[in-house]
Design a protein around this ligand. Structure first.
Ligand code: ZN
Length: 180
């Protein structure tokens, strides 16, 4: 077969552009008769296959899995540390609050004016702590498992504080009403 007879089929094979139905039919007919172009097609397909596959094959087998496992373990460890830090921080501030409140309860009993100071102090500490914890949590992703615990801890703490405070104020007001 003459050299010119391989055209335009060689071009079509190498260009990889979409062919019309007539062109595809002509190419199939030519490949059926022409061993040279069959060889070219096979070789070129092999080259394209190599290019397609190489990036996926490049990492050693198991590398991605090992890397992902290590990454997950590191993230879990970091989350655990963050959770412990937040819990210790929370307990520390709550303990401080209890001590401060215990010291102030006697004053509250004697001076109703102290009640407002205590209330402002408590609320400001809770707000500051919530914001600090929240911003620490915002820097992480997927850590919302712990925050509800801290949030409910705050809620329970606030509720119990308000209950105790209410009882104290109520008793004080009743005692004064009885006295006057
Ligand atoms: Zn040919």
């Amino acid at each position: 077969m003459a050299k010119s007879a391989h055209q335009p089929f060689e071009t079509w094979l190498l260009a990889g552009e979409p062919l019309t139905d007539d062109q595809a039919h002509a190419l199939r007919d030519h490949l059926h008769d022409c061993a040279d172009c069959q060889q070219l097609e096979t070789a070129w397909n092999g080259v394209r296959q190599t290019f397609r596959v190489t990036p996926e094959v490049a990492p050693a087998p198991g590398f991605t899995a090992r890397w992902q496992t290590r990454l997950a373990a590191q993230r879990l460890e970091r989350q655990r540390r963050q959770a412990w830090t937040a819990l210790i921080l929370t307990f520390g501030v709550v303990a401080e609050l209890i001590l401060a409140l215990g010291a102030q309860f006697l004053s509250v009993l004697r001076q109703p004016g102290q009640l407002l100071i205590t209330w402002v102090y408590f609320v400001s500490r809770i707000v500051a702590l919530s914001q600090a914890t929240q911003s620490a949590w915002d820097t992480l992703t997927g850590v919302n498992i712990i925050f509800p615990i801290v949030g409910s801890f705050f809620l329970i703490g606030s509720l119990s504080f308000w209950s105790v405070l209410w009882v104290v104020v109520y008793k004080q007001l009743s005692a004064r009403r009885i006295r006057s």
